[in-house]
Write a protein that binds this ligand. Structure first.
Ligand code: TYD
Length: 213
């Protein structure tokens, strides 16, 4: 079992905050931890992220999918795989479940299309997470949080700005993925406050990896 944990959910679900908190307590226990994210955490990925999210050019859904996958392959080979091989934990903000939810489901490219799922596996270069935390929050609440962030000056990406119906399809898709892979995916009730969510996260990680409480 590798030590890759992916953090997933709709925009505004609070996963990035929780990823930082999980990294902090793992480090406090003396663990080696690498935190990373998609898209854009490699030099090439940074360029791909700009193409994908800045909104200067509108990719067609197929091109959008392929760009996310190109970012992933580069990310796996140059950051995730070496970090796992060095014995570190890797906490990754978004991974293939996001592509399934945003591109295959919400962009209607084919949520259950076997050939597309095969492409997702190809881009993972053999590296699948041992644990995925799905931060489940109602879309209305997630959109309310995004609005607060925007008012505080945080720049929205092209995908943040999609219609509520798009974010609802993303949310429903994460639910389907959980139903499909309950052994890998743990559902976190992300409606709760930050401390309560952090408790859930640490319990799930400790339990899944057999760590002392
Ligand atoms: P980002 O600004 O990194 O924010 P966050 O992950 O906190 O929401 O935005 C990344 C966006 O890219 C987000 O809207 C989800 C989207 N995305 C996809 O559509 N497909 C993917 O495969 C990945 C990794 C992300």
């Amino acid at each position: 079992m590798n030590k890759l944990i992916t953090f997933e959910g709709v925009d505004g679900c609070g996963k990035s905050t929780q990823l930082k908190l999980a990294a902090a307590w793992l480090k406090a226990r003396g663990e080696q931890v690498v935190t990373t994210f998609e898209p854009g955490d490699t030099p090439l990925g940074k360029e791909i992220r700009q193409l994908l999210l800045a909104g200067d050019y509108l990719p067609v859904p197929e091109a959008e999918l392929l760009l996310f996958l190109a970012d992933r392959a580069q990310h796996v080979r140059s950051i995730i795989q070496p970090a796992l091989e060095s014995g570190a934990w890797v906490l990754c903000d978004r991974y293939s479940d996001s592509t399934l939810a945003y591109q295959l489901a919400a962009r209607c490219l084919g949520e259950s299309a076997a050939d597309l799922k095969e492409m997702l596996r190809f881009a993972e270069c053999g590296v699948s997470p041992s644990l995925t935390l799905w931060f489940d929050v109602p879309v209305e609440e997630a959109m309310r949080r995004m609005k607060i962030r925007a008012e505080a000056g945080e720049k929205a990406t092209r995908l943040d700005a999609e219609a509520a119906s798009f974010h609802k399809r993303v949310s429903t898709a994460f639910g389907h993925q959980f139903d499909f892979a309950p052994d890998r995916i743990a559902r976190i009730d992300a409606r709760q406050n930050i401390d309560a969510v952090e408790q859930q996260v640490s319990q799930v990680i400790k339990h899944r990896f057999g760590m002392a409480v």
